[in-house]
Write a protein that binds this ligand. Structure first.
Ligand code: NAD
Ligand code: AHE
Ligand code: ZN
Ligand code: ZN
Length: 369
């Protein structure tokens, strides 16, 4: 079939919205009509050329929601008409990772996913007879996409696509990092670096978990009001702090953070996020994704004296199990999503959505098909 997609032909260049060819679903695959997709900073990271796994031409996008149009042979858990959220972290429920009870990082199809192809090693997308690559197994910047069955969460049908698409990455990543990865407890002091589409969801998660201080750190002063809207108790603009940021935050939190979260992808900030943690027990969670060749460093003494450095992907969530529950939280009013969706646009304006994010003017831009 033909479908419209925003294609990344080259790193650092705008996406091109064109008609592409899409083959039907093969064994274990599902054809999905995407109704809405968010634009996450990770899409910009890959488009910029900083992603070691970035390959072109590709159809980016990993924060979508839509409807099943067709299923391939062997698909048993989904049928035409089901509402779904594609999962860049699948959940096969049978690999060693899924059954370990220790991680959400299902590895069943990770190798081919990273190579931009379906599990059989081929792409369903093509342009003028030449294959185009899938991205993160989801490719939601297309009106139709093919996704493995194990990478789709079935969700309730009364939930609006333009809101719940954000659960496909930002909402789940932020809230999940607090609840699943850090396991923040009532009374904990939390510091969040970077108050964008992810960091604000960390703040929202910290409030849900009953955190005491929720300190937000951002160089964009406009993010103070945003943080306060979702539960932030203190705001720090590093540009306005005289002297080092780390002792300032340690003082503010009376000894350091119980948990800190880096939601930027800046390796220097990752170090600050670790070092502002409480001696003896503070844990810093890396969420931000850093470019090829970048490395983190600190004095080992920081770890010797009890600080912990961890990371999280998709907020530690097991998508097929947890995503439908997060959709329920939204529908029951337990979590907020809509205020963070600051801009919506048609697919032909997707590059404007990227520009708004780069300029710090949007929290989440959502493309509606
Ligand atoms: P965003 O652009 O919406 O937000 C980034 C925020 O960081 C902005 O508010 C910006 O002002 C702030 N910032 C930039 N430099 C700063 C600095 N030096 N000090 C303080 N604040 C600074 O991005 P996003 O969509 O929220 O994504 C954030 C990061 O999380 C990205 O690296 C993205 O790739 C990553 N991410 C990771 C996962 C995961 O599963 N681990 C999931 C989603 C996104
Ligand atoms: N491809 C990059 C890493 C990118 C990355 O870390 N992605 C996160 C999700 S970001 C969503 O916005 C992730 O899920 N990582 C685990 C995984 O298996 O990819 C690189 O550095 O190679
Ligand atoms: Zn994302
Ligand atoms: Zn698995």
């Amino acid at each position: 079939m033909k479908t419209r997609a925003a294609v990344a032909f080259e790193a650092g260049k705008p996406l091109e919205v064109i008609e592409v060819d899409l083959e039907g679903p093969k064994e274990g695959e599902v054809l999905v009509e995407i109704r809405a997709t968010g634009i996450c900073h990770t899409d910009e990271f890959t488009l910029s050329g900083a992603d070691p796994e970035g390959i072109f031409p590709a159809i980016l996008g990993h924060e979508g929601a839509g409807v099943v149009v067709d299923v391939g042979p062997g698909v048993t858990t989904l049928k035409k008409g089901d509402h779904v959220i594609p999962l860049y972290t699948p959940e096969c429920r049978e690999c060693d990772y899924c059954t370990s009870g220790k991680t959400n990082l299902c590895q069943k199809i990770r190798t081919t996913q990273g190579q931009g192809v379906m599990p059989d090693g081929t792409s369903r997308f093509s342009i003028k007879g030449e294959p185009a690559f899938h991205y993160m197994g989801t490719s939601t910047f297309a009106n139709h996409t093919v996704v493995p069955e194990i990478a789709l969460a079935k969700v309730r049908e009364d939930a609006p696509f333009e809101s719940i698409c954000y659960i496909g990455c930002g909402v789940t990543t932020g809230i999940g990092a607090v609840i699943n990865t850090a396991k923040v407890r009532p009374g904990d002091n939390v510091v969040v670096f970077g108050l964008g589409g992810i960091g604000l969801n960390v703040i929202q998660g910290a409030r849900l978990a009953g955190a005491n201080m929720i300190v937000g750190v951002d160089i964009n002063p406009a993010r103070k009001a945003w943080g306060e809207r979702f539960g932030m108790t203190h705001f720090v603009n590093p540009k306005e702090v005289e002297g080092d940021l780390v002792p300032y935050i340690v003082d503010l939190t009376k000894g350091g953070a119980d948990y800190s979260f880096e939601c930027i992808g800046n390796v220097d900030v990752m170090r600050q996020a670790l070092e502002c943690c409480h001696k003896g027990w503070g844990t810093s969670i890396i969420i931000g994704v850093a470019g090829a060749g970048q490395e983190i460093s600190t004095r080992p003494f920081q770890l010797v004296t009890g600080r912990n450095w961890r990371g999280t992907a998709f907020g530690g969530a097991k998508g097929r199990t947890d995503v439908p529950k997060i959709v329920d939280w939204y529908m029951d009013g337990k979590i907020q999503i809509d205020p963070m969706i600051t801009h919506t646009m048609g697919l032909d304006k997707i590059n404007d959505g990227f520009d708004l994010m780069r300029k710090g003017e949007s929290i989440r831009g959502v493309v509606k098909f």
